[in-house]
Design a protein around this ligand. Structure first.
Ligand code: F6R
Length: 613
């Protein structure tokens, strides 16, 4: 979490940093701050006003000197220390000659702080970050070389970090480094830039370089030099930025979430585009391994967090059904710490919109170390996971800004189903005709999703009918179960209401005790053998006084007689239905959140990219 940006050598450096921070707000908005070189001193401003921190920072920068050309900026998602101005980055050393920003967690901060205090350093904040700036202050005493001092400072640290430093005593220079947390740099027209991720630098450079772990970057006007832990100069990998800065604007929609819900047809279509080559074979993206490796697979493990985990649950059905491979899906933060057995016959798929979520990233690193083939499904070209994996598959959903995932989840389901088809093709478990038929069915989805996103009236009526409730259960079975989990997650994260997703069959094993008048049950009923069982479960909750909303397919004749409210989706093949059923649940969560006056793009306590454990 936390967004960082730095600029060296531009007359409009402050504007560039503030503009970057606006685009990085989705990484955290507990506070924001900047520090710039100013004629041999540091000029620094910070603000901590919750979701309007960046706006407040911009206001406090109104008196900035016009001559600032070298500086750094930060948006914070608080881990250690309350979201107050005193804990806002940049943090300064005792002599106020250094300003430092950080994304990540310094795990040994307590012992470092004690040692630094014993040496006479005074701490101002309650953050883990501040130890770094004092360590650097000490290390600079050795030789005054900012790059070498930063490298020595890294040697003291345990944990995850992307860190950037500005110094009053090192004109026209910024220094940055990373371990685990991502860091990119780029240059254009003699100006050098650093950032936590692509949105920071969008519109400024058309190519970025991803920095490797424990490497240190020296940025000056017109020059970027990267050195490894031994101090040798290295060449980082570069990635082209294909997004324009317009994609980071709302484009006439009330908020990013609405925009991104409306972009879903395009996200699905782009993820499906050109996936069948001239020979009729499924095309994945950058696969740096022999296809023979995939043929040898006898087990698949999908790992992810939050919505990406839910997409993985849908993917499991496709892989088991089409490729005949036993498939486990695990929450990445749990998977990392169990004694999972890896080996060359296990395929591990990491699913992540950002490609940076720390638990998923570390899980796939672990799997690769254990000898498994690893594929990352990500929305960000060149993200850390895609570099750690043997192969990457991209969801091509375009930049997603709103904290709640929408279009990327739908695209992840499509990507996993395409991957399942590729495995089926390689293993000969589905014929070319069957695969073609399934892909045809997937291609029908953008039009159906367009129909759903364009029709919000019914969802708004339902939202108005149920939004006074405090407790919501989302129930589903089979392919409807991940949809229920996703619906509950969307509602809780943007409306702050208690919402539990449950497999409907589990209801009787405990949760039914909570069903009483005033509780809302949202049931996902997809056609097929599970529909009747879902209706039995719906009867059970109705009998106990729950208000029932059902997401049902167009041909469902039963639903009107059992539900208080119905949200219809078109009839499609069962594997395609989760993509459609997620849409009204996104809209329902949105409508309820809006009725509660919540800023849907920036829900409290959340950040879009979770780079701390
Ligand atoms: C929910 C949401 C989160 C993310 C989760 C994983 O709307 O967005 O649950 O799905 O933080 O993030 P990625 O996909 O970037 O690994």
């Amino acid at each position: 979490m936390c967004g960082i940006i730095g600029v060296v050598g531009s007359a409009g450096a402050l504007e560039t940093v503030l503009e970057g921070l606006r685009r990085l707000e989705y990484r955290g908005y507990d506070s924001a701050g900047v520090a710039f070189q100013d004629h041999g001193d540091l000029w620094s401003r910070r603000a901590a006003e919750g979701t309007r921190s960046v706006e407040a920072l911009v206001e406090t920068c109104g008196d900035a000197p016009a001559t600032l050309t070298v500086g750094i900026g930060h948006t914070r998602w608080a881990t250690h220390g309350n979201p107050t101005e005193i804990n806002a980055h940049p943090h300064l050393d005792c002599g106020k000659r250094l300003g430092l920003i950080h994304n990540g967690i310094i795990e040994n901060h307590a012992e470092l702080k004690a040692a630094l205090e014993a040496l006479g350093h005074g701490f101002r904040s309650g953050t883990d970050t501040e130890v770094m700036v004092h360590l650097l202050e000490d290390e600079l005493r050795t030789d005054g070389d900012l790059v070498a001092a930063t490298r020595r400072m890294l040697g003291h640290l345990r944990g995850a970090f992307a860190v950037a430093v500005v110094s009053a005593d090192h004109p026209d220079q910024l220094v940055a480094a990373r371990r685990v947390s991502p860091l990119i740099v780029g240059m254009s027209d003699g100006v050098s830039y650093l950032g936590s991720d692509i949105p920071a630098l969008m519109g400024k450079v058309d190519r970025v370089f991803a920095i490797e772990e424990d490497h240190v970057v020296d940025l000056r006007p017109g020059s970027i030099v990267v050195t490894n832990a031994e101090g040798q100069v290295v060449s980082p990998q570069s990635v082209e930025i294909t997004w324009t800065s317009e994609v980071a604007e709302k484009g006439g929609y009330a908020d990013f979430m609405t925009k991104e819900i409306h972009e879903q047809p395009e996200a699905i279509a782009a993820t499906l585009a050109s996936r069948i080559d001239a020979t009729g074979s499924i095309q994945l993206d950058d696969m740096d391994f022999d296809e023979e490796d995939l043929r040898q697979i006898d087990k698949v493990v999908i790992v992810g967090c939050g919505s990406s985990y839910h997409a993985g649950l849908v993917g499991k059905f496709a892989i088991e059904r089409w490729a005949g491979l036993p498939t486990e899906v695990d929450i990445a933060s749990e998977f990392r710490y169990r004694d999972a057995k890896f080996g060359p016959s296990t395929l591990v798929i990491g699913v992540s919109q950002s490609g940076e979520t720390i638990d998923t990233l570390e899980a796939i690193k672990q799997a690769r170390k254990g000898g498994s083939t690893v594929i990352a499904i990500s929305n960000i070209v060149g993200a850390s996971m895609t570099r750690e994996a043997d192969g990457a598959m991209y969801t091509r959903a375009g930049l997603e800004v709103s904290v709640a995932s929408t279009k990327t989840v739908l695209a992840q389901v499509i990507a996993l189903e395409l991957l399942a088809l590729r495995l089926a093709e390689l293993r000969g478990t589905r014929s070319a005709e069957e695969i073609e038929q399934i892909v045809r069915e997937l291609h029908s989805l953008p039009a159906f999703v367009a129909g759903l996103v364009g029709a919000t009236k019914r969802v708004e009526e339902v939202a108005a009918g149920i939004s006074s409730a405090r407790d919501y259960f989302f129930l589903g079975r089979h392919l409807g179960y991940p949809v229920a989990l996703e619906g509950a997650l969307k509602l809780k994260e943007i409306s702050y209401l208690r919402a539990e997703g449950y497999p409907a069959g589990e209801l009787k094993h405990g949760p039914i005790a909570l069903i009483e008048p005033g509780v809302v049950v949202v049931a996902v009923v997809l056609s097929g053998p599970m529909a009747e069982k879902m209706y039995s479960n719906i009867a059970e909750v109705k009998a106990r006084g729950a208000t029932v909303v059902v997401v049902a397919e167009a041909s469902d004749q039963v639903v009107e007689s059992v539900a208080d409210y119905v949200l219809r989706i078109p009839d499609v093949a069962d594997f395609a239905a989760p993509v459609l059923a997620m849409v009204p649940l996104q809209q329902l969560a949105y409508a309820i959140a809006k009725s509660r006056g919540i800023d849907v793009d920036r829900p409290r306590n959340l950040a879009k990219t979770v780079t701390v454990e």
